[in-house]
Design a protein around this ligand. Structure first.
Ligand SMILES: CC(C)(COP(=O)(O)OP(=O)(O)OC[C@H]1O[C@@H](n2cnc3c(N)ncnc32)[C@H](O)[C@@H]1OP(=O)(O)O)[C@@H](O)C(=O)NCCC(=O)NCCS
Length: 375
């Protein structure tokens, strides 16, 4: 996992003049602080840092990855995908790469897709990353949303194995709730450049003022989320034959402690089996589950043989849940003492190779132009 270094406490909102209190935010959401990105920290940077750590723990070379999926709704650019930027920065020469947008449910969706690639033998190693910077889209005057979100990234490396780790999974969507949580501006409907259809288009499609911000109906999301997270978790538990007392750890999307606790109660899970770090990071969107997973591992709350249920929800509306049987011993700090050095070398080499390729492309096109050669 990787989170930016800037910590913003609830009091910082009060200091900047927002009509709120630390007491309100803590009691209604469980959030005490969150991390926010700086100016030159696009989503791909967070994603790469998390992915490098995953490679280090797994002791695997970037060049051994077959596929990179970046779950994000805050990509660096409309195109190319953030995953392609990550692939280049990692030096993952053999990997295919694409972004997946299922908002806050993105990581669980991506885990599902990555596992399917391995199960169908189309890939042996899939890097699944959840990375988001929703702070970029927050309206700092909207107290109902700006206090909720933080930035971060988390990554896991999926590998083929004899014993399946992901037992069952489910994904779902209900687009009738699209208006409950959205960022409307910047897409093809509300265009940042105001282009209409074709060369004679007018500016009528420009995003209305304020549509570049995240907007949400918090109460309706709250009610729906509690119900949906419970139903999705129940479905994967039923399909994998796991009873509540066989679940060792429940890792829900970290959006609001009250949603997490209500869901756990409905599932009949005691508090000690429920992981939450929402107090430290707020809602980091697609990064929330992998960050929670990493911290649960660090805290010694996950051991080989454990059954874990992950469940998440997000804009769309979307949801996903997975039942996981943990099969892999996690070596702390990598298996070999040389791993960090090799990684540094790998990332330097990746940067050099990328620069060389760009140079080669420039030289080739200049030569082709001079010689009048068709591309
Ligand atoms: C947003 C959320 C924290 C609001 O909590 P709530 O208990 O539902 O609060 P309400 O929306 O009913 O608002 C109650 C009052 O608190 C006010 N309020 C909202 N945000 C506030 C804040 N930061 N500080 C102080 N008061 C606030 C409201 O304006 C409202 O005031 P009013 O009664 O005078 O109109 C909660 O609905 C929530 O977490 N929803 C889910 C959001 C979510 O998870 N989104 C991410 C999806 S991936």
């Amino acid at each position: 996992m990787y989170v930016p270094s800037t910590v913003v406490t609830n009091d910082a909102f009060v200091k900047m003049g927002l009509d709120t209190t630390d007491e309100w935010i803590t009691s209604r959401t469980g959030i005490e602080e969150r991390r926010l990105v700086g100016r030159d920290e696009p989503t791909s940077e967070l994603a790469v840092k998390a992915a490098r750590r995953a490679l280090q723990v797994a002791d695997v070379h970037a060049s051994d990855i077959d596929l990179i999926i970046v779950a994000t709704c805050t990509p660096d650019q409309v195109m190319p995908s953030t995953a392609s930027l990550v692939q280049d920065k990692l030096g993952a020469k053999r990997a295919g790469a694409f972004d997946l947008n299922a908002a806050c449910a993105g990581f669980a969706y991506a885990l599902n897709m990555g596992a399917a690639q391995i199960e169908s033998r189309r890939a042996k190693r899939v890097m699944v990353i959840g990375a988001d910077e929703l702070s970029i889209y927050l309206d700092w005057k909207d107290r109902g949303t700006c206090i909720l979100f933080g930035d971060g990234a988390g990554a896991v490396l999926l590998q083929s194995a004899d014993t399946p780790g992901i037992l069952t999974s489910t994904v779902g969507s209900d687009g009738s709730g699209a208006g409950l949580l959205n960022i409307r501006g910047g897409g093809s409907k509300y265009r940042v450049n105001g282009n209409g259809a074709g060369p004679n288009g007018t500016a009528k499609h420009r995003a209305p003022a304020g549509d570049q911000y995240l907007r949400m109906n918090g109460q309706q999301i709250f009610r729906w989320a509690t119900q949906m997270m419970t139903e999705a978790a129940e479905q994967v538990m039923r399909e994998s034959g796991l009873k509540p007392d066989q679940i060792d750890l429940f890792i829900p999307h970290q959006a609001n402690l009250r949603i997490i606790e209500a869901t756990a109660r409905k599932l009949g899970l005691p508090p000690e089996k429920v992981f939450s770090n929402v107090s430290n990071y707020g809602n980091t969107s697609a990064a929330s589950i992998p960050i929670a997973l990493c911290e649960a591992i660090d805290a010694g709350q996950i051991e080989v043989g454990d059954n874990i249920v992950l469940t998440s929800f997000g804009a769309g509306l979307t949801w996903s849940a997975l039942a996981v049987h943990w099969t892999q011993e996690i070596p702390t700090g990598g298996k070999s003492p040389w791993t960090p050095f090799r990684q540094q070398l790998d990332s330097r080499m990746a940067a050099v190779q990328s620069a060389l390729k760009r140079q080669e492309r420039r030289v080739r096109s200049t030569i082709d132009e001079r010689l009048g050669r068709e591309p």
